[in-house]
Ligand binder design. Sequence first.
Ligand code: DHB
Ligand code: FE
Length: 281
Amino acid sequence: MAQLIGGLATSHIPAIGNAIHKGLQNDPYWAPFFAGYPPVQKWLGAQKPDVVVMFYNDHGLNFFLDKMPTFAVGAAAQYNNADEGWGIPTLPPFKGEVDLSWQIINTLIGQDFDIVTCQDMLVDHACTLPLKLFWPEGEAPVTIVPININTVQFPLPSAKRVYALGKAVGEAIAAWDSSKKVVVCASGGLSHQLDGERAGFINKEFDLQFMDSLVSNPEWATQFSTLELVEKTGTQGVELLMWLAMRAALSSAGPRVKEVHRNYHIPISNTATGLMAFALA
Ligand code: DHB
Ligand code: FE
């Protein structure tokens, strides 16, 4: 059976791609952000996962406001990165782990999740930047299964539903007939609001409480409605639902789930940035 080795979570912001492109990692503005990643890069270098299951939200590249799936799972052999208008150079295509995609799709449909299956799918900064942050040299040595969770256009799925989805994805990985090592990854958050009256809103207290909850009480955030989460974290901060899905995927491992690293830094752009890594002891 496949081996689920742990979970990662990181913020995503298009400006990170620009900073990487321009080599600004040691710039005083960027250094506290990029300094968070080497311990995770080292952990991944030692663990050598074969596959990344990436929970993220598409930002209008693949799904626009006219057609917005609540949950969409990639089942493509290859995922092309396309420019979103920010002018960041695109990354080479990513190889899909098609067999695991169908394992996850069949498990989710079998558990009554009405997902969209995408045999053709573009990937945006939210899928590509975590991979670049975790494997900064060359192409990431992994195949991927991208899983989209709508945090862009209301109505959004509840935290409770997202947790259930993550748990089912974890079960699908554990039951996958493969000798490969899999790591689950969340891309998004933490608190931020890019537009409207509260543009620039950040909630450090809630972010830190949320990060702590993932260690000791992973279902804590499921008590909140999506509107409460928007109130507490901002209209885009609700992307932290990805972190919940990632952590839920590990939940069947119980107390074997150990935090191995975290970083938290304010601000990059208008965003409170977070990074967490969990290993299965
Ligand atoms: C920013 C943050 C995001 O999550 C995103 O997808 C786009 C932009 C930002 O802070 O600039
Ligand atoms: Fe985003």
